[in-house]
Every structure is written in structure tokens, then in C-alpha cells.
Design a protein. Structure first.
Lengths: 80, 651
């Protein structure tokens, strides 16, 4: 699994495929206050990123790796 | 925390801009190619965008930014103005207007501005992209500027050519196995990337995770061929254009200048002569209206009371209108008193230096606005008071030291507003005025009978210095000059409809207070007949009009007197006051009972013609300074009416 729920935190792990979007959206619709931990995410499909753009969950942490970190900042304005 | 003043300025300015934008857009609909309208609309939106950027309303600013981009593309001819563009611009202007209304009442924007702005912003962007094939080479793009700014933040320098790729993936692309973000992030020469929703989601509850709703902007250093090949699989969804970034072009400077010029139109400079002309016309209207009183009287006599009544009704209606017009133009003539006051400290210091008296001047006034004539007429009396204070009020440093005062004298100038009046006070910390000394001088110069002088209290004694010819300075200096005393100050201030008061404590200082009206007011005037000519008498000086049989006026030693309600009142005829030949006495006399200082005096007149209200202009030109005349005004038939200054005449 590349998507996991621990208490109220949804973790994105390694490369998240398009199907993860469905799981992510379900988890967020169930409880909108859930936050997302993307520190272990190495890449993600547009559909997953789009879900993050739409729901704007609280991001606990963003990936450390340069390219994906930049992607998060560009799509979700997490850094600037 | 928002600065309230800033918000007020923003609202005032923006209301005009929105109105202008609305008007321009309506005209543009029928006149799609009118460049002047387009420029005007662009400037309005551009200025609005700039103002909105001062506040923390990002979605509002983005929406206006999108509108500006669209208009910019239309102006350069890169995009035709089509129905979509007009609709999107209309939505933008309407949304702006609605937020201005909210801001005005709530002093804040609603929390949902982002959701409200998004569809409008998208419609604007869509309208722009719809014609994007033409915009390829020349479109100036706000998105490109935003991306460039972000790149600059990361320390990336941009060297032209820079390309903007706008990639709008299809809704079903996820099912086709496409990953638009992956394609975009592998674009050659990638500088900056923006990924956002194409349209806001109506409701997240029925969010479809596999319906693509993304729009991606890429800023790339190219080359173009490499970009075209990288996006060849989705070529129908991609527009590649050469980005013209504002930091690389110089046309924006011109645009900004034009836009700020348009924004500055909040206030308008008008030649004061034009306002005076308008004021004059309105005053004439007041006068023309006054003619109706006469007409009402005459028609009541000829055609019966009903006709007179109807004319009076109309007169009342016109009277309200002229009063309103008068108030509006009066407000237009208001100017700040500050400039007239601020030049005084330097003059006082220079004067002090010449006389070897170091002087400090303390200014303390609110920014008050008063009628231009009042402000203009204020300079001279104020200057005179300052000269007097430095010359006569303030002691030499030696005297001050001996009196235990600081060597540097202090003169304060303050102004306060009190209702419709402005109180201006000039106070020094000099030697003050000794009322006994004033009494002595008054006795020597026989200003008043000796017993009258003895009867004066200290305040009244001080007031004597405003009498013409009263000068206490034992030596005439080159500063205050000869013959110009405090009477000149009182005269000047009274000409402006004001008054002067003085207070002093020997050894501690003197203060003079000028009380002036903020604006010229309409004066009620009684028009009286004198030897076949008519004159005006201000009603406020008239206590009552008494009709008395000639037998009740008794000859006394120096003239005539009337016993009115057990009080003896001296009576003099207006003809005599004006130096005309006395008219033969009638059986009954019409006597204007006037207040003259604390006393009443009767002025017998041939007849009271009628009453009117008018703005009295001070005597100008050669007539300036003539004793006994308060000013002039116009009558219903256009002839000039001289308004008498009864206090001065009787004086």
C-alpha cells in the first residue's frame, strides 16, 4: 500500500499511482479534518496531486527529495 | 489590521473606477473596436488591480489581474474582443462592485471571496486562451510574470527567449493513462511550473477522483522545438507562446503613468474664478427669487390673496433649492487655513531678530477649512497681531531677565473650530497691558467722557485699544508703523463677519482671539427708503420696527428721544446719518430700533420697502474702507444695493 491511515493522519508512501486518488478522496470525505504526511512520498500521479489541490488538507510534512518537494510547492504553494 | 483611512481612500477611488469600467464596457459592446474606450477600461481595471494589491485579498487581485491580461491582449490586437470576453469582463466588474458595497457596509470582505473569484478568474482566463492561437508571439501574460517572479525568488535569472506553455489536459486523460503533471515536470528547459484547478469544484462531496480538472503553466527556456516534441503526444491541449515578461519590456512604464493619471482624478482643480462666477450666479438667483416677494405683494393687491399665496408657495420651493445650491458652492470654496498660518512663525522670528528680541513661535491648530475670502482676509490682521506682539507685547531680553522670565519670548498661534466658527488666538508671554494705563491714554485723548472711562471695568478698558486713533506705543517703530492700530484689526475682522476679543494680564502676557465664520452666509436684509434711494440694513442689527405717532418723539437737548416701554431711546433719522437733507415729518414715524453695543438707538426711516436675503460682498476697489458701509449686494432688478453698517454709522 502506498497510502495509509494512522489515527487522523493519511500517509503517502513512495510512488503513489492514480488509484490512490480514490482512496485519498474517500478518507478525506469521511473526515475533512484529516491531515496528510507526504514526507515518504517519492512521486505521485496527477490525480493524487489534484485531490490534494481540491481538498487542501493540512500537510504535516512535505517530501525531502528535491524534485517532488518542488512539485508540492508549485502545486500547493507549501514553501513560498 | 487594515488601515481605515486607506480603505476609505480605496473605496472612494474604486467606486469611480468601477462606474467608469461599467460605462466603458457597455459602450464597447456596441463599439467593439473603439481603442479609446478600450484604453479607458484597461486603465480602470489596471488601477483597481493596483489598489486591491495594497490589501490582503489575493483572489480579488488575481481576478482583476486576469481581466487586465485579457484586456491587454485585446489592446495589442492579439485577441479579438468577443462575446465571451465581454461577458467575463462584465462578471468581473459586477463582482468588484458587489465587493465594494460589502466593504462599505461591513468594512471587510466576505470569507468566501476565493470561491466567488475563482469562476470569474477562470472565465477571464478562458476568454483569453480561446484566442490564444493568435496570442502566441505577442501575448503579455500575467501568468508568465507570476511564474517569472517565483523563479526569481528561487534565484533563477531569466534570459530571453522564455516560453510559456499552457497545458490544459482533457477531462478523461487519467483514464487514458496520462499523467499530465509528470509530462509537465519533464518539460525541457523547465524554469517554473504552476499547477492549479481549471475550474473550481462545485462541491467536494461528489468529487470525482478520476476527472481531470487541472491547468498547468510552464515557464521554460526552450528551445521551442524541444518543447513541441516533448508535448507532441498532447499537442491539441498545449499552447506554446513566447513570454513577454514585464521586466523585459519597457511599455509598462507608459501604461502605469496613464493609469495613475486616471486614478488621480478623484479631486479636481478648478480655477477659483470659476467657482466665484458660480457663486455669483447663485447669489443672483437668490436675488431673483427675492423679487417674488415683491411680486406676491403686488399680485395680492391686484389679483387677490390667493394669487399672492400661490406665488409665495413657489417662492418657498425655490428658496429651498437656492439654499441647497448655496450650501454646495459654499462647500466648494472652502480652503485650509494652514498655509496662511504657517508663514507667520518665520515672519515673527525675523522681526524679533531685527528688534533684538529672540522669539519662539508655537503653532497649534487643527486643519480647519474656511471660505477662501475669510482665509485670504485673515492674513493681514494676523500679520498685524504678530507684529504688535513682537513689537509691543514682548519685552527686551534684559527686561525679561529682570522679570525672571526666559530670555526667549514665546508667541503661540492656535486655531480651533467651534460650530460654524473658527477661533484663532494669538498669545504672547510679554509684558501684558495695564488697564489703568489704557484708561489714562483714553482720558488724555478724550476717547470717551471722563466719567464713562471711570465706569469701565478692566475688560472694557482693554477693549478701548480697538478704538480708531488709539495707539499706546510711546515711540513709533518701523515695525508697526504709524497710525495703524488695533482698530485696523477689528475693522478687517468685522468685514469678514467676525469679531475680536482681547485678554491680558500685566506681566504675564496678552492674547487676542479672532472669531470668524467658516463661510459666507446669507444675510437677512431689510431694504429701506432714504430720500428716494434704497439701502440695505442687516436684520440682525434690528431689534424691532416701531410705528409711533410723531407726538411721542420728544425733543431733547441734542436731538430727539422716544420712550419705548419705559426706556428712553435716542432717535436719529437715516437721512441725517447719511448726510441727506431731512425730510418733513409725517404724523407717524417708522423707527428701526437697533442694538448698538449695549444701547438701543432708534433710526427713523421713511419706509421699509421689503425684506430679502442675500450674500453681502464686502466693499471692494475704491470703496474699500469707506465708513458706514458693510458691503453690497444685488436686488431683484439687478441694481446694486448698498448695505449699511449701522454700528459704524451711528458710532
Amino acid at each position: 500500500m502506498t497510502i495509509e491511515l494512522h489515527q487522523d493522519t493519511i500517509s503517502l508512501i513512495s510512488a503513489c499511482p492514480a488509484q490512490d486518488a480514490e482512496t485519498l478522496v474517500e478518507l478525506l470525505i469521511q473526515q475533512r479534518s484529516r491531515s496528510v504526511d507526504a514526507s515518504a512520498c517519492t512521486s505521485l500521479h496527477s490525480a493524487v496531486l489534484q485531490a490534494l489541490i481540491a481538498f487542501r488538507p493540512k500537510l504535516q510534512s512535505v517530501p525531502d527529495d528535491g524534485a517532488i518537494r518542488l512539485l508540492f510547492s508549485q502545486a500547493l504553494r507549501t514553501i513560498d | 489590521m487594515m488601515h481605515e483611512d486607506l480603505l476609505d481612500i480605496f473605496l472612494e477611488e474604486s467606486r469611480d473606477l468601477v462606474t467608469r469600467a461599467q460605462d466603458d464596457l457597455v459602450e464597447l459592446e456596441t463599439n467593439l473596436k473603439d481603442a479609446a474606450l478600450l484604453d479607458s477600461l484597461f486603465r480602470a481595471i489596471h488601477t483597481l488591480k493596483g489598489s486591491v494589491a495594497l490589501f490582503d485579498w489575493p483572489s480579488f487581485a488575481q481576478m482583476l489581474h486576469a481581466a487586465e491580461d485579457l484586456l491587454s491582449a485585446v489592446r495589442t490586437g492579439a485577441k479579438p474582443l468577443d462575446a465571451n470576453s465581454i461577458d467575463a469582463l462584465g462578471a468581473c466588474i459586477n463582482q468588484t462592485e458587489s465587493w465594494l458595497v460589502t466593504l462599505e457596509t461591513e468594512r471587510a470582505l466576505p470569507s468566501n471571496i476565493a470561491t466567488r473569484a475563482a469562476p470569474v478568474t477562470h472565465a477571464l482566463r478562458r476568454a483569453l486562451d480561446g484566442g490564444a492561437d493568435k496570442a502566441e508571439e505577442s501575448g503579455s501574460d500575467g501568468v508568465a510574470d507570476d511564474l517569472a517572479a517565483r523563479a526569481a525568488k528561487r534565484g533563477l535569472a531569466l534570459e530571453p527567449p522564455v516560453f510559456l506553455v499552457t497545458y490544459t489536459p482533457g477531462r478523461e486523460c487519467f483514464f487514458a493513462g496520462q499523467d499530465p503533471v509528470a509530462i509537465a515536470s519533464h518539460a525541457p528547459g523547465l524554469i517554473e511550473l504552476e499547477i492549479a484547478e481549471r475550474e473550481p469544484w462545485a462541491s467536494l462531496d461528489d468529487y470525482d477522483p478520476f476527472a481531470c480538472n487541472l491547468k498547468i503553466h510552464i515557464l521554460s527556456s526552450g528551445p521551442r522545438e524541444a518543447l513541441e516534441s516533448a508535448f507532441s503526444g498532447v499537442s491539441g491541449r498545449v499552447v506554446i507562446s513566447t513570454a513577454r515578461l514585464s521586466q523585459m519590456k519597457d511599455t509598462d512604464a507608459e501604461t502605469d503613468e496613464g493609469a495613475s493619471g486616471a486614478g488621480a482624478r478623484r479631486t479636481m482643480r478648478v480655477d477659483s474664478a470659476r467657482i466665484d462666477a458660480l457663486m455669483h450666479t447663485i447669489n443672483e438667483m437668490v436675488v431673483a427669487k427675492n423679487a417674488l416677494s415683491q411680486l406676491a405683494l403686488e399680485s395680492a393687491r391686484h389679483s387677490g390673496e390667493e394669487m399672492g399665496e400661490r406665488i409665495r408657495d413657489h417662492q418657498a420651493g425655490i428658496s429651498r433649492l437656492t439654499a441647497r445650491m448655496h450650501a454646495a458652492v459654499t462647500a466648494m470654496r472652502l480652503v485650509p487655513i494652514g498655509p496662511a498660518m504657517r508663514r507667520l512663525p518665520r515672519i515673527a522670528r525675523d522681526l524679533g531678530a531685527r528688534l533684538g528680541k529672540p522669539v519662539d513661535v508655537v503653532l497649534d491648530f487643527e486643519e480647519i477649512e474656511a471660505d477662501k475670502d475669510v482665509v485670504d482676509g485673515l492674513s493681514e490682521p494676523l500679520l498685524h497681531l504678530f507684529r504688535n506682539a513682537v513689537d509691543h507685547g514682548v519685552e527686551s531680553p534684559d527686561e525679561r531677565r529682570a522679570a525672571g522670565k526666559p530670555e526667549r519670548a514665546r508667541i503661540s498661534l492656535s486655531a480651533r473650530r467651534k460650530g460654524q466658527l473658527v477661533l484663532i488666538r494669538v498669545a504672547d508671554d510679554g509684558r501684558g497691558i495695564d488697564p489703568d494705563h489704557i484708561r489714562e491714554v483714553a482720558r488724555t485723548r478724550a476717547l470717551l467722557p471722563a466719567d464713562a472711562i471711570d465706569a469701565l471695568d478692566d475688560g472694557q478698558a482693554l477693549d478701548l485699544i480697538f478704538r480708531p486713533g488709539f495707539t499706546t506705543a510711546s515711540e513709533v517703530s518701523d515695525v508697526s508703523g504709524r497710525g495703524v492700530g488695533m482698530d485696523a484689526v477689528r475693522t478687517a475682522v468685522m468685514k469678514l463677519g467676525g469679531s475680536v476679543d482681547i485678554a491680558s494680564k500685566p506681566g504675564e502676557g496678552t492674547s487676542v482671539t479672532l472669531t470668524l465664520p467658516l463661510s459666507m452666509v446669507l444675510t437677512q436684509i431689510a431694504v429701506v427708503d432714504c430720500d428716494g434711494e434704497v439701502y440695505g440694513v442687516p436684520m440682525e442689527e434690528i431689534v424691532e420696527l416701531a410705528h409711533v405717532p410723531a407726538s411721542e418723539v420728544a425733543e431733547v437737548r441734542h436731538g430727539k428721544a422716544l420712550i419705548l416701554r419705559d426706556r428712553p431711546i435716542p432717535v436719529v433719522s437715516l437721512e441725517r446719518l447719511l448726510g441727506r437733507k431731512e425730510r418733513p415729518e409725517d404724523d407717524s414715524l417708522r423707527i428701526l430700533v437697533m442694538r448698538c453695543g449695549d444701547e438701543l438707538i432708534g433710526v427713523s426711516i421713511k419706509r421699509l420697502v421689503y425684506r430679502m436675503e442675500a450674500a453681502v460682498s464686502p466693499m471692494g476697489g475704491m470703496l474699500r474702507g469707506m465708513q458706514g458701509f458693510a458691503g453690497t449686494t444685488f436686488m431683484g432688478d439687478g441694481s446694486v444695493l448698498i448695505v449699511l453698517d449701522m454700528t459704524e454709522l451711528i458710532g
